[in-house]
Design a protein around this ligand. Structure first.
Ligand code: CA
Length: 235
């Protein structure tokens, strides 16, 4: 369970949108919402998300198009909700890259159960106590934050370094902005400034022997942010 997970709710019906926010916040999730497709993509770019709940039938930009846009940005889990109830629609939705599908009307308890299950599967810090990268070149015990570089030694990451690395590992291969990463590491409002992220990345690189010019772990994307380039191993 990852109660700090951020969920983007995309739903054009205001009452249902408010209700979803209420149920999810009651479970401890952080919620961003959007009432149409363009706003959804903008909200994702601005805040990121650990999971997206996406209504397929939206004004202006259809849910399918939103899904395609999000997929271009990486592997964020997507739960589709739709009043289209036929199996054909379900299969089209899942083929287009959604992780799960819930037909409307749905029971809010079923929704939160599905959300928890998807996050458990997706979260490196959820049921999986070890984060392993680049074919075992780097492993991190999430609980103790002790890491190993094999023959290259090991040590311990700070809470912020571990949080930053886990945030990057949540979406391997996709760029995350400093603002998105800041949310993962900042615990108090007075810690909020962009350079904090750069500082933690520099510390991670130094500890883990990563070279900014030729990274095996974290790549700098100029003007945007950072991206995990190491493959996540399935354990
Ligand atoms: Ca709708």
């Amino acid at each position: 369970m990852n109660p700090q997970a951020r969920i983007l709710v995309v739903e054009d019906e205001p009452q249902l949108r408010a209700l979803l926010r209420l149920y999810l916040e009651r479970e401890g999730y952080r919620v961003t919402d959007a009432g149409d497709g363009a706003a959804a993509v903008a909200a994702f770019d601005a805040h990121g998300a650990d999971l997206v709940i996406l209504d397929l039938m939206l004004p202006t930009m259809q849910g399918e198009a939103v899904l395609a846009e999000l997929r271009e940005r990486g592997s964020v889990p997507i739960l589709i909700t739709s009043a289209k109830r036929t199996d054909a629609d379900r299969i089209v939705g899942l083929r287009a890259g959604a992780d799960d599908y819930l037909a409307k009307p749905f029971n809010p308890h079923e929704l939160t159960a599905r959300v928890a299950a998807i996050l458990r599967r997706a979260s490196p810090g959820g049921t999986d106590p070890v984060l392993s990268l680049a074919g075992g070149r780097f492993t991190l015990d999430v609980g103790s934050r002790r890491y190993s570089l094999g023959a290259g030694g090991g040590g311990r990451l700070t809470r912020s370094e571990a949080a930053l690395l886990m945030a990057l590992a949540r979406r391997p291969g996709s760029v995350q902005t400093r603002e998105q990463l800041l949310e993962a590491v900042a615990r108090r409002p007075d810690e909020v400034f962009d350079r904090v992220v750069d500082m933690h990345v520099a510390n991670l690189r130094r500890k883990l022997g990563d070279d900014a010019g030729e990274p095996w772990l974290i790549e700098t994307v100029p003007g945007t942010g950072y991206r995990l380039v190491a493959e996540r191993d399935t354990t």
